[in-house]
Design a binder for this molecule. Structure first.
Ligand code: WQD
Length: 341
């Protein structure tokens, strides 16, 4: 009997890549997603890669009755990976209540299910955004959490605190929060990848859509920052490396290897790259010039952030394997495959 893992938001970008890794690690994957920011086609992509189409239920995690019915029908879920959340920084500024209700309501409903159905492992999708503009670099897990610069970022901080307080009273569950840096790229098969609905907020999908002709040109937000080439620095991590970390974190908890019942790990490469360095890597891997222009800064942008990977490498036993060129090539292959779909 395969162990059952529930992946919420599993038809999304990181969720679908994580579903592939769990299936390939021998788990039975169940997915709940409301398809508000992803397409059901992801299930076909997962099946093409693994030969298995995960069981899928389409509903909103804020619907407590539907969620309870789902758990009634699936009482043997051993582990939950919780991705489902709204994640657009700009949109969260315009619609804060929608973000708090959705992102925190979903989390609290799920945590109640873990209590009622004795789930053993809960892995939460958090973000380096909790560190704001770090006082010191590289960022460690105990680096100070700064005041959030958006309601989106604040929902991640509050979520971590809700889990912390829940774990103080809930002894049967074990939890890990994974703080992602900047996930980019796609599975080597190009069957799944990032699928921004509408105009992309994030850098890499905007680059690939510009290169393939969907967008006219990329605007580089700010070129006068205090960095070597004047553009912002981020820790870009390949989405497959990120996905693999979720299997490792879950098995840490299922095998009782955790040191406390609530742990946090940074998931990054430890290397910072500027926007211009990302563009250069993309041009090298795609063998084509990118049309871009240098424009004003984007309000709210952090100047430099990249991770200290020591704790995740040593304690979690996880290390990234793919570099920036791999990320750019896989993102470009995915964009080309999308065009042919
Ligand atoms: C990266 C760099 C931009 C677009 C956010 C969230 C984070 C996570 C990922 C959800 C910055 C520059 C971007 C463009 C540009 N969100 N840029 N032109 O802001 O680091 O992180 O998205 O999971 O939690 O905070 O990512 O890709 O938007 O920006 O110059 O058209 O690229 O200024 O320096 P960010 P990003």
């Amino acid at each position: 009997m395969k162990k059952q893992v529930l992946i919420t938001g599993g038809t999304g970008y990181i969720g679908s890549h994580t579903a592939v890794e769990f299936i390939e690690a021998g788990y039975e994957v169940l997915i709940i997603d409301n398809l508000s920011n992803s397409k059901i086609d992801s299930l076909d992509g997962i099946e093409k890669i693994t030969g298995t189409k995960p069981e899928f239920a389409q509903f909103d995690l804020t619907d407590k009755l539907k969620l309870n019915d789902f758990f009634e029908a699936h009482p043997n879920i051993e582990a939950i990976i919780h991705f489902a959340a709204y994640k657009a920084v700009g949109e969260s500024v315009a619609k804060p209540m929608m973000y708090y209700q959705n992102n925190l309501g979903s989390l609290m409903n799920l945590l109640e299910m873990t209590k009622k159905y004795k789930t053993k492992s809960f892995v939460f999708s958090s973000s380096c955004t909790v560190y704001g503009e770090p006082e010191e670099l590289p960022v460690k897990e105990n680096s100070p959490v700064q005041e959030a610069t958006s309601p989106y970022g604040n929902t991640k901080q509050i979520a971590e605190e809700i889990i912390r307080d829940f774990m103080k009273v809930e002894q049967d569950l074990k939890s890990i929060a994974l703080r992602y840096f900047n996930p980019v790229g796609a599975h080597e098969s190009a069957e799944i990848g990032e699928l921004p609905l509408g105009v992309p907020n994030n850098l890499v999908p905007f680059i690939t859509q510009t290169a393939i002709g969907i967008r006219k040109e990329l605007s580089v937000f700010g070129f006068d920052y205090d960095t070597p080439d004047g553009t912002c620095i981020r820790d870009y991590i390949h989405v497959v490396d990120l996905a693999k970390a979720h299997v490792i974190a879950t098995e840490r908890l299922l095998n009782n290897k955790n040191k406390s019942n609530y742990e946090m790990f940074n998931l990054g490469t430890g290397t910072g790259n500027s926007v211009l360095e990302v563009i250069k890597s993309f041009e090298k891997m795609s063998k084509q010039k990118l049309n871009y222009k240098l424009v004003d800064r984007r309000p709210g942008d952090v100047v430099k952030v990249y991770s200290d990977t020591e704790f995740a490498n040593n304690e979690l036993g996880w290390k990234t394997e793919k570099n920036l060129d791999d990320m750019m090539l896989s993102a470009w292959n995915w964009e080309n495959n999308l065009k042919n779909k």
